[in-house]
Design a protein around this ligand. Structure first.
Ligand SMILES: N[C@@H](CCC(=O)N[C@@H](CS)C(=O)NCC(=O)O)C(=O)O
Length: 253
């Protein structure tokens, strides 16, 4: 199979897709793109949309982590990313959809808001990336990219405060899915890979890591992508983290 995966270094759905390809044993070439610049490059190479992950596989173009998951199961059925039992499949697809549509954006907004406050951790997210220019230069000139990414992703203070207030409930939902066997089973499924990488991205922030790492959701994340790049020292206003810390101090029974 001839496969090329277009990613942005540190992008969580890109890591989801890379994990899917690895699980299927499909070798691929990875093309690393800078945020924002990525939109034009994807159009130039013939993708209809402007987001990563984008996969060219045997001449076909597939874009979006969920679409790619389904296409990979069609091309290489085993090991399956979605259960064959219809009820189990519906539950996994619902969790995956929530991961894509809700948790993914929360992780993206929190990260860009934090990097807008302090760009110095950016280099850690590009570990091992081949961006076509030295990483140091890419990071030094990243101010407009960070500002634009925060803007495109609506990473406003107001939104991120609301995201962090909602995060304890989101983590509880993930723990509940793990307890119900929808997530975290013996074989990782598409929803595990979708949700796990968003958790990994959130856990790159030292502000959030302890509250996530100490619970089943955090254990799942470490199973999904233990080598996730990025490490940001405390950056966010402590008052925004109060709900998360209160939940960590008094976990649900
Ligand atoms: N929900 C989609 C969204 C993908 C998405 O928004 N990707 C971001 C990176 S995480 C992107 O390409 N952003 C464009 C940019 O940063 O310029 C998926 O799972 O494929």
């Amino acid at each position: 199979m001839d496969a090329t995966l277009y990613v942005i270094p540190g992008s969580h759905p890109s890591r989801t897709t890379a994990a899917m390809l690895d699980r299927k044993g499909i070798a691929y070439k990875r093309v690393d793109l800078l945020p924002v610049v990525s939109k034009g490059v994807l159009r130039a190479v013939g993708f209809p949309g402007i987001t990563v992950p984008a996969l060219k596989i045997d001449g076909r173009r597939v874009q979006g982590s969920r679409e790619i998951g389904r296409e990979l199961d069609r091309l290489v059925p085993e090991p399956a990313l979605y259960p064959s039992d219809p009820d189990a499949r519906t539950a996994v697809e619902r969790a995956e959809q929530w991961g894509d549509e809700s948790l993914q954006s929360v992780a993206r907004r929190v990260l860009w808001n934090a990097l807008r406050r302090d760009r110095s951790p950016l280099v850690s997210y590009s570990e091992g990336a081949k961006l076509g220019i030295p990483i140091g230069i890419a990071v030094k000139t990243a101010a407009p990219i960070v500002a634009l990414s925060a803007h495109f992703n609506d990473a406003t203070d107001e939104n991120v405060r609301a995201d962090l207030a909602a995060l304890p409930g989101m983590l509880q939902r993930i723990d509940d899915w793990i307890a119900a066997g929808v997530l975290g089973g013996p074989e990782l499924n598409a929803a595990d890979l979708q949700i796990g990488t968003s958790l990994c991205l959130l856990m790159t922030l030292q502000d959030l890591r302890p509250a996530i790492a100490s619970r089943p959701a955090g254990e799942l994340a470490m199973r999904v992508d233990p080598d996730y790049p990025g490490d940001a020292p405390p950056i966010l206003p402590p008052a925004w983290l109060a709900g998360l810390r209160a939940q960590q101090a008094a976990p649900a029974q």
